[in-house]
Design a protein around this ligand. Structure first.
Ligand code: K1U
Ligand code: ZN
Length: 170
């Protein structure tokens, strides 16, 4: 089922996600719904925080055909390089706002997958950028937090406008 995505500056987006103790049937359903919601919203990632479930769960799919979703449970991300690179980021919770954010572009991801198997990978490029962006969501951080006050105000106005238009479209 499609899940509603919280929009900036909804305070619920600031909730700190708690670790997943056991991958229950409910969590497996949530994973399926998050993947469906991510594809419907044309995103390449989605954190459970964005659909108002405050557990440490991320889904991502960077594939061309949108047919290879990845699941990260209780993820831990460790930068592998000091230097940061700018990347034009977007966010499904801040629609139609894109801006450069500097992040290390090579990180180590340690997590569990949907079957409870260990993931331990070194990734770089967009995958590294996206997993850090999703990790931020689990810690109540939104990419606009890294931008200037002026850009944050513009982002709030933009989201308000986009939500009004979507309401009219029904
Ligand atoms: O809000 C989210 O977490 C999803 C977000 C993930 C993300 C994309 C790009 C850079 C950082 C994080 C999105 O999927 S935004 C929409 C999108 O598909 C996209 C936007 C910019 C570059 C590449 C993809
Ligand atoms: Zn986001």
């Amino acid at each position: 089922a499609l899940l509603p995505i919280l929009s900036y500056p909804d305070p619920r987006l600031r909730t700190i996600a708690t670790p997943v103790k056991e991958v229950t049937a409910e969590i497996k359903t949530l994973i399926t719904d998050m993947i469906e919601t991510m594809y419907d919203a044309q995103g390449i990632g989605l954190a459970a925080s964005q659909v108002d479930h405050h557990i440490q769960l991320i889904v991502m799919d960077l594939s061309e055909d949108k047919d290879s979703p990845r699941v990260f449970i209780n993820p831990k991300v460790t930068p592998l390089v000091e230097e940061k690179q700018p990347y034009e980021e977007g966010c499904l919770s801040v629609p139609d706002v894109y801006d450069k954010v500097e992040r290390p572009n090579k990180v180590r991801i340690e997590a569990l997958d949907e079957n409870g198997n260990k993931i331990d990978e070194e990734v770089e490029g967009l995958l590294a950028v996206c997993i850090q962006h999703e990790m931020d969501h689990l810690n109540g951080v939104i990419f606009v937090d890294y931008l200037s006050r002026l850009k944050q105000t513009r982002a709030r106005d933009k989201v308000r406008k986009v939500l009004k238009i979507r309401e009219k479209q029904g």
